[in-house]
Design a protein around this ligand. Sequence first.
Ligand code: PLZ
Length: 443
Amino acid sequence: MTAVPQERRVVTAIPGPKSQELQARRNATVAAGVGSVLPVFTTRAGGGIIEDVDGNRLIDFGSGIAVTSVGASAEAVVRRASAQLAEFTHSCFMVTPYEGYVEVCEQLAELTPGDHPKKSALFNSGAEAVENAVKIARAYTKRQAVVVFDHGYHGRTNLTMALTSKNMPYKNGFGPFAPEVYRVPVAYGYRWPSGPENAGAEASAQAIDMINKQIGADNVAAIIIEPVLGEGGFIEPAKGFLPAVARFAKDNGIVFVADEIQSGFCRTGQWFACEDEGIVPDLITTAKGIAGGLPLSAVTGRAEIMDAAHSGGLGGTYGGNPVACAGALGSIETMKELDLNAKARRIEEIMKARLTAIQEKYDIVGDIRGRGAMIAVELVKSGSKDPNPEATAALAKACHSVGLLVLTCGTYGNVLRFLPPLVIGEDLLNEGLDLLEDAFAGV
Ligand code: PLZ
């Protein structure tokens, strides 16, 4: 294994000829429904760089959608996963268990908020974790309704599609959806009619009123929210919103679930984003950053809630695969050793300063927000708050063409989001921001 040089290098058009050739093969055999943000075919990746088949090296502001926080070839992840691979690839935890699974659950109990007794169950994908959180909350409360929020994203399976708010591309034509899912407002400060300072109190009051009037609190098994809404546009619910909703859940025997699949594991400069307002969720779903790129997810929470599902009621052939667990232990070890929470906060400091300078020059930057290495700009039409998805797409394209991988998101497709690996060098980070600034000048 050779480490990828931490330097941007553009030697062909992006995508280059070899990527284009592979894209033609892909188009012949890979289903059209599976898209790619930028069809450059990867050969190596690590630190803050993705190398492609044409020899280009891109600066990575995406981390494979907030997954490779420790880099895509972190030493401890590779070492531990390789060692495990040589011992055994699979036994199925439901058939004969192994220590790695237990160790990951011990780490989750230690790292997640709250000092109550905790238990975990491991799965493969984020969506699977969310589905299981709903199963567990229903088993515990013996209630059915699930409350989710405007702009929320929870996955692509049938139940999690129902929990997800945005129709295109996630839901359109894929119904019917799972029943007993209800959506209420979230405190989206930038777009709250009476201003961000009122959003927390007003939105929580509206959400709670809707739950009481339209569902009945006694029918609600779970309230599920992303403490920073990811796909919906990196929306940080205005201060006061999350505590009010969590308190309402507690007062009414509702399981409060924090979906930290995107925001968890040091991404926002804390182990979990809900710590920012001192929230202790009953259940927390994690995936993505947990295992340095290997597929692993978890539901962690209060032991008495987690134990409500009957023996044999939770599981899956691959859930908590031993190689993925080894990767998770390597990823967590790296986060602790390199203090990646501090790195994420440093990334925020650098990015917000540079983005504020860009905003002073370009009035299409409506809002700069996010925490840690989960930062975004919301783009609007000049002199208004009208969403500007065209400028967002043009900026992303301009960045891609010079070797800076950025992603977009948002209900209106007008949010440019930055999710660099937390281990990215400051020189690469600043070079990426220079390229972004050039892109603004060009668009
Ligand atoms: N919950 C908060 O962010 C995954 C989706 C990409 P899976 N987000 C990236 C796409 O277009 O499919 C996500 C998330 C939150 C749940 C999920 C689902 O996680 O591992 O993709 O199933």
